[in-house]
Design a protein around this ligand. Structure first.
Ligand code: GAL
Length: 508
């Protein structure tokens, strides 16, 4: 079949931050029925490979490096004269904020398939945007040195973050209503203190370079005051790159100004997410890049918990705390499915050496209450994050959550393990088929022990006292049920539901 012509530039409009269209430009270089090229967007330039033309049908892949991992997005399409109809197929495991634009859970419809219509031409707006980005002052990175701990986050930070449920659909009203709900439901009193607005609050910079919130946030200082008046702390999100993962304005080159601005709004927590900076800085420069913002946050003179995210690459746990970070993401994005929760959570073993008071591994935020997990899976998610001494950032709509969700999130005996003052991250003690035993040493000399059933059917799980080095039966308390169990002579067994967990406190 004869190869149609695709050579040259094509422009597609896709929904950008706040819903307005932004351009994506495809530059194809064709040789016979094969082609390569580049895809340009406000997030930068990405490679196009394995392009094939067969009649009017085309396919190609875009190599995305957005989530800190190389991922290939497949595009399929049809050539109709000067119009190219493309469908982007999302590979499994790509979360919100991936290449191509804003999205997130219900945010921009990123999941599954996406239709794009491109027409021949070049994008003037994109060209302007890229030139403006290139003119932005590139930050000078500080000399690498270990920053002293800032004294914050002595136990794993707890709070709420907008991303998992709301994506970029955040507003002043949502934040106020969430603050009200955190207070009225008892979440705040259980410890969920940090209310963080994730991506999507940003507008443009003014002439002086001050980053303004977008029209959904009329007054950030007033909003911070409202959050504080509810007995909560105020968190915000930015990126060391020119663009956040949702293609909003990042802090690139404006670190000092943004840190001072955040402090003036009363910000107590910053999530700082690599995003487009992954294309501007070598991986080896990341420690200095994150240290840069830590230094400016400190100079801003307000205690601010510093949460960094570069998806767990480059052995981040070995250097993150010394850049001034209180917590660092150890994984790509979580999704509201057991497979994702299990894949991420059970892969954390071995990272426990890096964690301690003031410094925590962050396997991403909670999905409990978002609908994709069964009751047993929700308890397993909560138990695993508790055992991991992970930050507990609820990611659901707390204004309308059911009783069951609230109970999983606020069980006091479970939270006591999460917030135990020793600050030790748990680890895997044993694994047999689909049964996993995790232990977390506690300050009072006891252990939290979690027996997970990863299988799809109920299973009998067993803990032998000898596995903990105990010669005689300890005291055992079931933390979900809040009752003492009778310890057997050599150990204790119990039945865990499919994807379920038994969570015990074992006191020698
Ligand atoms: C991702 C990040 C998410 C969320 C999102 C915002 O990179 O992992 O947690 O912050 O960006 O666009």
């Amino acid at each position: 079949m004869f190869a149609a012509g695709i050579n040259g530039s094509w422009v597609a409009q896709r929904p950008g931050p706040g819903g307005q269209a932004t351009d994506t430009q495809f530059n194809f270089v064709q040789e016979g029925d094969a082609f390569t090229g580049t895809m340009l967007s406000t997030m930068g330039s990405q490679k196009i490979v394995n392009g094939r033309i067969d009649g009017d049908a085309i396919t190609f892949e875009v190599i995305a490096n957005m989530m800190g991992q190389e991922r290939r997005m497949t595009y399929q399409g049809k050539l109709e004269g000067d119009t190219l109809r493309l469908t982007m197929l999302m590979p499994a495991g790509v979360g919100p904020g991936g290449p191509g634009g804003p999205g997130g859970p219900g945010g921009g419809g990123m999941r599954g398939q996406r239709e794009i219509v491109a027409r021949r031409g070049v994008s003037e707006s994109l060209k302007k945007q890229m030139e403006a980005d290139a003119r932005r002052p590139k930050p000078t990175l500080p000399e690498r040195k270990a920053l002293a701990p800032n004294g914050l986050a002595q136990t794993p930070p707890m709070g709420w973050n907008s991303w998992n449920k709301f994506g970029t659909r955040v507003s002043d009203q949502l934040v106020r209503e969430t603050a009200d709900a955190l207070a009225s439901t008892g979440m705040r009193d259980a410890g969920y203190i940090y209310l963080t607005i994730d991506d999507g609050w940003q507008g443009a910079r003014d002439e002086a370079g001050n980053l303004r919130p977008n029209e959904r946030f009329p007054d950030m200082k007033a909003l911070g005051d409202y959050v504080h008046a509810k007995g909560l702390k105020f968190g915000i999100y930015s990126s060391p790159g020119p663009r956040t993962c949702g293609r909003f304005e990042g802090s690139y080159g404006y670190e000092a100004r943004d840190a001072a601005m955040f402090a003036s709004w009363g910000v107590d927590f910053l999530k700082y997410d690599l995003c487009s900076a992954g294309q501007m800085f070598a991986e080896a420069d990341q420690p200095r890049l994150f240290q840069l913002m830590a230094e400016h946050l400190r100079a801003a003179g307000r205690p601010i918990v510093y949460s960094i995210s570069q998806y767990g690459r480059a052995n981040v746990q070995d250097w993150a705390a010394s850049t001034g970070a209180n917590m660092w993401r150890t994984t790509f994005d979580i999704r509201d499915q057991w497979a994702s929760v299990a894949q991420i959570g059970f892969a954390q073993n071995g990272l426990e050496k890096a964690a301690g008071p003031g410094r925590w591994n962050d396997p991403d935020m909670l999905e409990i209450g978002n609908g994709g997990l069964s009751a047993d899976e929700s308890r397993s998610h909560m138990a695993l994050w508790t055992m991991l001494a992970a930050p507990l950032m609820a990611g659901n709509d707390v204004r309308s959550m059911g009783k069951e969700t609230l109970e999983v999130l606020t069980n006091r005996e479970v939270l006591a393990v999460s917030q135990d003052a020793l600050g030790r991250q748990g680890y895997r003690l044993a694994q047999e088929g689909e049964a996993e035993t995790w232990v977390k040493p506690l300050k009072d000399g006891a252990w939290a022990v979690a027996l997970f059933n990863r299988g799809n059917a109920p299973a009998e799980l067993k803990l032998a006292w000898s596995a903990l080095g105990l010669k005689k039966p300890p005291k055992v308390r079931d933390l979900w049920q809040g009752r003492e169990l009778t310890a057997g002579a050599g150990g204790l067994a119990g039945t865990a539901a499919a994807h379920g967990v038994l969570l015990w406190k074992v006191t020698p």
